[in-house]
Design a protein around this ligand. Structure first.
Ligand code: PXP
Length: 239
């Protein structure tokens, strides 16, 4: 199972002072040394953390999978077709949110997403859709022509006690359904050093995309070590 490390919040610290450090490009390099098989960044409309310069440099320096999270807007599709990340993950984006709050609303914006998927795939960029663990959304995702989905694990990550077991089961069922539908399946959001193994043990998952917990740990122990620890936990979960 691959681990893609999201380095957005290294840029968040930089933007707190509008200076040049810490550099998310350096963090991506160190994450790779720690065992990350992919680097993810989210270029937001308001450029609140990752900016266009970061994306350009990441494209030139990341030798593993570069995954660009973005909204399905004309501006972002144009940028992605120019920069050519290995994969684009389409996410819903709200200006006021602290982080991506839920999966795509494919019922309402399926047509717009399908158009964006087509434009990205014609530029030879693999496309993943960030969706809630929901059967109807999996079927809608297939309809868009996307290569893969990333199942939102936020509700599992935030739940406590028996609710957490139910939320994990919901993720497991969604992974199974998405695989049966012929999609490649990833998962992410809210995963940390305590809850990652429940998801990492799901058979058939291609990869996990993790950001905030790794960057938080890296502030204390260093990026290479933070990724190494997460890599070990995923390996030990045993699929
Ligand atoms: N996957 C997607 C699609 C996301 O939007 C995010 C947050 O940027 C993540 C994974 C990582 O979530 P977290 O920072 O909670 O690990």
């Amino acid at each position: 199972m691959i681990l893609g490390v999201n380095i957005d919040h290294v840029a968040t610290v930089r933007e707190a002072r509008k200076t040049v450090e810490p550099d998310p490009v350096a963090a991506a390099f160190l994450a790779t040394l720690g065992g990350a098989e992919g680097i993810t960044c989210h270029l937001r409309e308001d450029r609140r953390h990752i900016n266009d310069r970061d994306l350009d440099l990441l494209r030139r320096t990341v030798s593993s999978e570069l995954n660009l999270e973005m909204a399905a807007t004309a501006e972002m599709v144009r940028i992605a077709r120019k920069v050519k990340p290995d994969m684009v993950t389409l996410v819903p984006e709200k200006r006021q949110e602290l982080t991506t709050e839920g999966g795509l609303n494919l019922k309402e914006s399926g047509k717009l997403i399908r158009r964006a998927v087509g434009k990205l795939r014609s530029a030879e960029i693999a496309v993943s859709l960030f969706i809630n663990p929901d059967k109807d959304d999996i079927l809608r995702a297939v309809d868009t022509g996307a290569d893969s989905v990333e199942i939102h694990t936020g509700r599992y990550a935030n739940a406590m006690g028996p609710r957490r077991t139910r939320e994990l089961q919901r993720v497991i069922t969604a992974v199974e359904e998405a695989i049966r539908s012929g999609l490649s399946v990833n998962a992410g959001h809210g995963l940390d050093y305590h809850n990652v193994q429940g998801v990492a043990a799901i058979p058939g998952l291609r990869g996990l995309y993790i950001g905030h917990s790794i960057v938080s740990r890296a502030v204390l122990v260093g990026m290479t070590e933070a990724v190494r620890e997460m890599r070990r936990l995923i390996r030990e979960a045993g699929v």
